[in-house]
Design a protein around this ligand. Structure first.
Ligand code: COA
Length: 405
């Protein structure tokens, strides 16, 4: 079977690819009716790939140009990979592998330093060099028990805006208040367009609350009721907070108090909070908040290891030399000495050996070298080197993006 991979640019092809992805996902709603030309506002030109077998489109992969924050604050070129799907009648014949290899070489040719994605299954992407670099937690708060401690600050004013207005305002607030957390990503326009389309075509109640003075807001929350069929008489009225963008303490407190104080609401579910969110420490009764799930969020693929290693900041006071192996992008393979002052190619004997997927998992500080070694993803010549590496890669804030794409 010969598979031809090419960039899709005709409107019909892009719609066919979007529908193919939905067919592959099985449980996703169909693409809503689009206006002429609208598909080109939902996908970044030049980044949608199609895989053809005997002239038939059987697979697709897509990406969007973004930026990603590394520990220390540097923002590096980032491809946000999405819409990977193969028709169920053409799976397990190497189509996705060809698409993903093609895409990774394209990302490298563009000079982007990392790629990330959200994975539908945890067993697909490690073989391509992706590792889990950050996770999120889902937290459910029982509002009747959720009194805050007396010394918790008030935060600033919060106001609701018309959902239709939101799509002008939210991209500006997000861009103007970029978080310093590692793992933070830019949200390109095509995502806002897609989110708007999904929200509006779902035709259900949905609210947007903003924190801060009009024109200089510093955060927002998008939330909606769930299971609302028996809303009037229900004693379990629940809202889910789909998007909680509160990068400052003020915004966090203002929005949290607003959501917990909503009349009628018995339960507030935050879909995606950072794993180190301070919430339990704010509550008099910490069991008012229950973690109901922890999900891998950022699957990260280092495209340019020397650049990724030299752009991030390190802690601690000792150095370690690591050997990295990348069979797909071989210029990444080599030895690097990592010190508090930075990372450089090395000709010293390495103390740790890691595949590019293992390095991806520790790049943002979302896990430890010790944990990877326990799983066989790192081989240590001397166990003390793991401790040094963990000191170097430690971060203050757990990596987090807070967005599903
Ligand atoms: C995931 C998907 C794109 C893989 O496509 P594919 O063309 O079957 O993949 P390939 O034939 O190139 O398989 C590559 C390897 O991954 C493995 N693999 C692929 N999908 C897998 C899955 N869902 N679970 C476990 N292993 C998987 C294959 O067994 C193969 O392993 P091998 O190299 O050891 O033989 C396809 O199954 C699909 O469209 N799934 C539904 C949509 C989806 O989940 N997309 C991902 C969104 S993040």
């Amino acid at each position: 079977m010969t598979t031809e991979i090419r960039v899709l640019d005709a409107e019909d092809d892009l719609i066919a690819a979007a529908n193919l992805f939905r067919t592959a996902m099985v449980g996703f709603p169909p693409l809503p009716q689009l206006a002429p030309g609208q598909i080109t506002t939902l996908l970044e030109p030049g980044r949608t790939l199609g895989a053809f077998v005997d002239g038939q489109l059987v697979g697709t992969a897509d990406a969007v140009t973004s930026g990603l924050t590394l520990p220390g604050g540097a923002v590096v070129g980032h491809a946000a990979v999405t819409h990977i799907g193969v028709l169920p009648s053409f799976t397990r014949r190497g189509v996705a592998t060809e698409l993903i290899h093609h895409q990774l070489r394209d990302i490298a040719a563009r000079g982007e330093v990392v790629a990330t994605l959200r994975a539908s299954e945890a067993t697909i992407y490690e073989r391509y060099g992706y590792g889990v670099a950050g996770s999120t937690q889902t937290v459910e708060i029982h509002t009747a028990r959720a009194a805050l401690r007396p010394d918790v600050g008030t935060g600033g004013a919060v106001r609701l805006i018309d959902a239709a207005q939101a799509w002008e305002v939210l991209p500006r607030i997000y861009a103007e208040n970029r978080s310093s957390r590692p793992g933070t990503i830019d949200r390109p326009d095509v995502w806002w367009h897609g989110l708007r389309l999904r929200t509006e075509s779902a035709s259900r109640a949905s609210y947007v609350a903003l924190h801060g003075e009009p024109g200089s807001e510093t955060g927002f929350a998008r939330y909606r009721p769930v299971d609302s069929e028996t809303w009037f008489v229900s004693d379990k009225r629940t809202i889910v907070v789909e998007d909680f963008f509160a990068p400052s303490a003020e915004a966090y407190l203002g929005l949290l108090r607003f959501l917990l104080g909503l009349d009628l609401i018995d339960s507030v579910t935050f879909w995606m909070l950072p794993v180190d969110d301070p919430l339990p420490w704010l509550l008099i009764d910490r069991r008012a908040a229950r973690v109901t799930a922890v999900h891998d969020e950022t699957w990260l693929r280092i495209i340019d290891v020397p650049q990724a290693l030299s752009a991030r900041r390190y802690e601690g006071d000792s150095a370690v030399t690591i050997a990295v192996n990348d069979s797909l992008l071989p210029t990444n393979s080599g030895a690097f000495t990592i010190a508090p002052s930075g990372a450089e190619p090395a000709d010293r004997r390495p103390e740790l050996h890691v595949g590019v997927e293992g390095l991806a998992a520790v790049l943002l500080g979302g896990t430890t070298w010790h944990a990877l070694a326990a799983g066989g993803l790192v081989r240590a010549e001397d166990p003390a080197a793991l401790t040094v590496a963990d000191q170097l890669f430690a971060v203050r804030d757990a990596p987090y993006a807070g967005f599903f794409f």
